[in-house]
Design a protein around this ligand. Sequence first.
Ligand SMILES: C[C@@]1(CC(=O)O)c2cc3[nH]c(cc4nc(cc5[nH]c(cc(n2)[C@H]1CCC(=O)O)[C@@](C)(CC(=O)O)[C@@H]5CCC(=O)O)C(CC(=O)O)=C4CCC(=O)O)c(CCC(=O)O)c3CC(=O)O
Ligand SMILES: NC(=O)C1=CN([C@@H]2O[C@H](COP(=O)(O)OP(=O)(O)OC[C@H]3O[C@@H](n4cnc5c(N)ncnc54)[C@H](O)[C@@H]3O)[C@@H](O)[C@H]2O)C=CC1
Length: 188
Amino acid sequence: MNTLFPIFVKAEQLHTLIVGGGYVGLEKATALLGNAPDARVTLVAPFIRDELHAMAREHPKLELIQEPYHEVYLTDKDLVIVGTNDKAVNRQVQADCKARRILVNVADTPDLCDFYLSSVVKKGDLKIAVSTNGKSPTFAKRFREVLEEILPDSLQETLDNLTAIRNQLKGDFVQKMEKLNEITKVLK
Ligand SMILES: C[C@@]1(CC(=O)O)c2cc3[nH]c(cc4nc(cc5[nH]c(cc(n2)[C@H]1CCC(=O)O)[C@@](C)(CC(=O)O)[C@@H]5CCC(=O)O)C(CC(=O)O)=C4CCC(=O)O)c(CCC(=O)O)c3CC(=O)O
Ligand SMILES: NC(=O)C1=CN([C@@H]2O[C@H](COP(=O)(O)OP(=O)(O)OC[C@H]3O[C@@H](n4cnc5c(N)ncnc54)[C@H](O)[C@@H]3O)[C@@H](O)[C@H]2O)C=CC1
């Protein structure tokens, strides 16, 4: 069963906590800030990789706290991503999040995740998120590379033109929808 429901989150309107400052913490911070450079992110861990310190200098809204996890860090957080090398800590963070109804991702334990991160293809305003339902993140990464290769950069021009047409169209919702479906028939 593949029941994952994809949504596109406005991460800059949320405050995300990352627990763990090793390779996994770095990978997840890179994924988040790569998409939303202005997102507010707090990362807590006793050890924090140098690359994360460098990232914090580039992103003033990335705050690094060099301490072990404590539930107080969940205060005012909307999303939590956990990737420590201590399974008991990961489980504790997940339980604390569930008690507060905060959505949580435990990077190396799919069963404890409320959501998964995806491989992200970006061509201007077009964004495609790839998931394999947790079966093979490496396949998702490779498939992203294939899509990045085959999607033309000119797609942005098409999107810009369609936005201009969309803004000029007169009539009610149904008439606009019919017109836009007609114009984009060539894409089918
Ligand atoms: C369930 C999920 C939860 C989550 O992390 O959100 C998850 C779980 C796990 N990942 C593991 C390992 C690896 N993950 C990657 C890479 C990525 N992993 C990502 C997502 C996800 N990983 C979610 C499912 C996504 C889906 O539905 O397909 C990507 C897409 C997004 C991102 O992380 O930003 C990003 C690619 C970004 C890109 O480049 O496009 C690589 C490859 C690499 O790094 O080169 C490896 C090593 C090779 C391998 O194992 O495949 C392990 C085993 C840990 C262990 O063995 O200890 C688990 C745990 C398990 O499966 O049990
Ligand atoms: N490195 C990878 O690509 C992957 C690793 N994993 C697994 O994920 C876990 C983490 O991996 P890495 O990031 O590579 O490990 P790492 O050793 O580089 O980093 C571990 C991090 O956890 C932090 N930590 C430990 N106790 C903590 C606590 N009480 N509160 C907050 N932070 C705490 C450490 O300070 C450190 O920042 C490991 O168990 C690993 O097996 C899973 C998937 C991929």
